[in-house]
Design a protein around this ligand. Structure first.
Ligand code: PEP
Ligand code: MN
Length: 337
């Protein structure tokens, strides 16, 4: 339920209303919008007399949140969530551009790519140190060593870091090095991981599952938000369809749909969304045109020898040219890179 408080209600009175709602067994979350306190009371225990509550002196009104993803919905919070990471305000007029290798492979590789993407205008360096690979015989990532390299390469070029965390036990370790915790497509419904990143003090990049509906994806975001972490960034990365020409089918419909349903920022990963180098640019441009708040793109200086996803990685020059095009498109839409 959404409990709207009267304008000008004191902090003490706000706390008092929240405490009384908690006494019904509800969990209470707050957002302030247009000078008004909005409380999301979730975990409906049944038997709560909402008509009575709507008559409490500090309460203006009570309304149902008509979707299952309560706290990430626009009904609870009408305004966009903006997440500050390094030099980037994700979800603002400024586009968030994250780029880097699929996997961190070594010092020279990490520093070379960090330098190239920073020069082209990215503000966040991506790179996996723990890799979810379909085959157990493929490169599994450098682990903590990879995180250390990624952090040093990013710091050397004024970039923030996003890196994947694969299980709940790893959250503390990855959070020590990364500014954004990535939950991969294969883990979108790993509920113990969602709970753990929900307690972390770092933003979470939640990728859409390979076969997840938009509602399931938003419910996973709700798992994180309901644990107290309000800094969730959604990432469309393509879904599995009957089409096999591309690695996945990038669902650009999801951008305007999610922007309407949720206040969370939405970025797009056209690298995994297409799986084909020369299809990344067109879909990156289309994503921004469709209203995405940013991009996450795989870039490698020597993709033929990349230990993962070389075929979908852009050369630094291609990334740089794409950034120029993105700047132009952003300008048309009143946004900046
Ligand atoms: C990745 O970003 O390298 C990755 C593994 O992505 P996804 O979880 O979307 O497949
Ligand atoms: Mn990859």
């Amino acid at each position: 339920m959404l409990v709207l408080l009267k304008r000008g209600v004191s902090e003490a009175a706000t706390r008092d209303v929240a405490t009384r709602l908690q006494m019904f067994g509800l969990s209470v979350h707050r957002t302030d919008h247009a000078g008004q306190v909005r409380l999301g009371a979730v975990g409906e225990p049944g038997g709560v007399d909402w008509t009575r509550i709507s008559q409490w002196p500090d309460v203006e009104s009570v309304a149902e949140i008509p979707v299952p993803f309560k706290l990430v919905s626009r009904t609870f919070q009408p305004h966009d969530t903006v997440i500050s990471v390094g030099r980037c305000a994700i979800g603002s007029r400024q586009l968030a551009i994250m780029a880097g290798p699929c996997s961190v492979e070594g010092e020279e590789q990490a520093f070379t790519i960090a330098s190239a993407v920073a020069r082209a205008g990215a503000t966040v360096l991506r790179g996996g140190a723990y890799k979810p690979r379909t085959s157990p015989y493929s490169f599994q990532g450098l682990g903590e060593e990879g995180l250390k390299l990624l952090r040093r390469a990013a710091d050397a070029h004024g970039l923030a870091v996003v890196s994947e965390v694969m299980d709940a036990q790893q959250v503390g370790l990855v959070a020590r090095y990364a500014d954004i915790l990535q939950v991969g497509a294969r883990n979108m419904q790993n509920f113990s991981l969602l709970k753990e990143v929900g307690h972390a003090a770092k933003p979470v990049l939640l990728k859409r599952g390979l076969a997840a509906t938009i509602e399931e994806w938003l419910m996973s975001a709700e798992h994180i938000r309901s644990q107290g972490n309000a800094q969730v960034i959604l990432c469309e990365r393509g879904i599995r369809t009957f089409e096999t020409y591309t690695r996945n089918t990038l669902d650009l419909n999801a951008i305007p749909v999610v922007k309407e349903l949720s206040h969370l920022p939405v970025i797009v990963d056209p690298s995994h969304g297409t799986g084909i180098r020369n299809k990344v640019g067109p879909m990156a441009r289309a994503s921004i045109a469709a209203g995405a708040d940013g991009l996450i793109i795989e870039v490698h200086h020597d993709p033929d020898h990349a230990l993962s996803d070389g075929a979908q990685s852009l050369y630094p020059d291609q990334f740089s040219e794409l950034m120029e095009q993105i700047r132009t498109i952003a300008g048309v839409l009143g946004r900046q890179v």
